[in-house]
Design a binder for this molecule. Structure first.
Ligand SMILES: NC(=O)c1ccc[n+]([C@@H]2O[C@H](COP(=O)([O-])OP(=O)(O)OC[C@H]3O[C@@H](n4cnc5c(N)ncnc54)[C@H](O)[C@@H]3O)[C@@H](O)[C@H]2O)c1
Length: 342
């Protein structure tokens, strides 16, 4: 099979990580990325020697790129013409507009979590519903929190069966480097149920889910606590055994120094991971606790990088590269070197 050709629209927080993720897949080719303005990420790309070809979306001012000597390889439409599938990580409202272009050119696409579900045929998660995405044209990835949450709930569900979950999300308010949320020192409540719990039910309709979300003025990761009701009683040992086997879950301990979200971010930087990224969710062994017949635990979501592996799974499903979820996710893990530390 020749390499699947992939393009990325929107080279921001998520787009640059998607581009790097695709470049690491031995059976895919990153044709290029598209953006609107010479943002800091584009300037950094230029300073790194333009490892990826840049295409400009409608409305971009080419003279602003020329003034900075940033090479441009063509228009957004030129890029779409050259690829089998586009990864759309443009801002919230733009994806639907871009979809019309993808449809007109008969190109598949995967949209990130910020878009409406109606943008795609399938709301997708690499582990929980891979097969639903096979050979489909338009997938929408779950958001960062939902991606990590579903990884852990699906892990217990496959091992023991889960009937119900209730979650609390302690949500980082912005990404590192963002200024658009201001300089704040307050917690803010969202109306319940949180969209992540509702999204989980869309992807895993056999599980009843609800939850609360609290925004916090931090940038290095969300923390979610989950109370899960099993079809049978799940003990702490049973839960730990399942979590430890999961390639995209990193079980950590407070006594080892993993005190919270910032410890995981620092550890990723100490590993030398680009931008301090972590593809795995962190799960605290010390947080797993039984409550009657329920099991409770806490996970850390590295919001900037957590959806990258599941998006690679999405390419594999949509392009029919692997028809089976276990094979598709294993290939992604191999190329992203996920789970090697276990
Ligand atoms: N940041 C996160 O933690 C996170 C996590 C998961 C999913 N998401 C979702 O990913 C998507 C992208 O979010 P982000 O945080 O990377 O945003 P971002 O603002 O960092 O990046 C968006 C990029 O798109 C570019 N752009 C603007 N208009 C465009 C257009 N018309 N066509 C193509 N590109 C255009 C911008 O210049 C920018 O580089 C959103 O749907 C968001 O909800 C974000």
């Amino acid at each position: 099979m020749s390499k699947i050709k992939v393009g990325v629209a929107g080279y921001g927080v998520i787009g640059q990580r998607l581009a790097d993720g695709v470049a690491l897949q031995g059976d895919m080719e990153l044709v290029g990325i598209a953006d609107l303005a010479p943002t800091l990420s584009i300037r950094a790309l230029k300073e790194k020697g333009m490892p990826y070809n840049l295409y400009l979306v409608d409305g971009a001012d080419k003279s602003a790129f020329d003034a900075l000597d940033i090479p441009v390889s063509g228009t957004f439409e030129d890029l779409i013409d050259k690829v089998d599938i586009m990864l759309d990580s443009s801002p919230g409202g733009v994806g639907m507009k871009n979809k019309a272009l993808y449809e007109a050119k008969g190109v598949k696409a995967i949209f990130q979590g910020g878009k409406k579900n109606s943008v795609a045929d399938v709301f997708f998660h690499g582990y929980a519903n891979y097969e639903k995405g096979v050979d489909k044209d338009y997938l929408k990835l779950t958001s960062c929190n939902t991606t990590g949450l579903i990884r852990s709930v699906d892990c217990l569900d496959r091992a023991y069966g889960i009937e119900k979950v209730a979650i609390t999300i302690i949500r980082r308010v912005a990404d590192p480097g963002d200024y658009h949320r201001g300089l704040t020192n307050a917690l803010q409540m969202d109306k319940a149920p949180s969209h992540q719990a509702v999204d989980l039910m869309t992807i895993m309709p056999h599980i009843e889910a609800t939850g609360i979300l609290v925004h916090t003025p931090v940038t290095h990761g969300h923390i979610i606590t989950v109370v899960a009701t099993g079809k049978q009683k799940i003990t702490k040992e049973m839960a730990l055994e399942a979590f430890q086997k999961h390639p995209r879950i990193r079980v950590v301990r407070i006594d080892d120094g993993f005190k919270g979200n910032a410890s995981l971010f620092r550890y990723a930087r100490d590993l030398g991971n680009p931008r301090g990224d972590m593809y795995e969710i962190g799960l605290w062994e010390d947080s797993i606790v039984e409550s009657g017949n329920d099991i409770m635990y806490a996970i850390n979501i590295p919001q900037e990088s957590v959806t990258i592996p599941e998006t690679m799974d999405g390419i594999r499903a949509a392009c029919g590269m692997q028809k089976d979820g276990a094979e598709g996710t294993a290939k992604t893990n191999e190329y992203l070197k996920i789970g090697l530390f276990k």
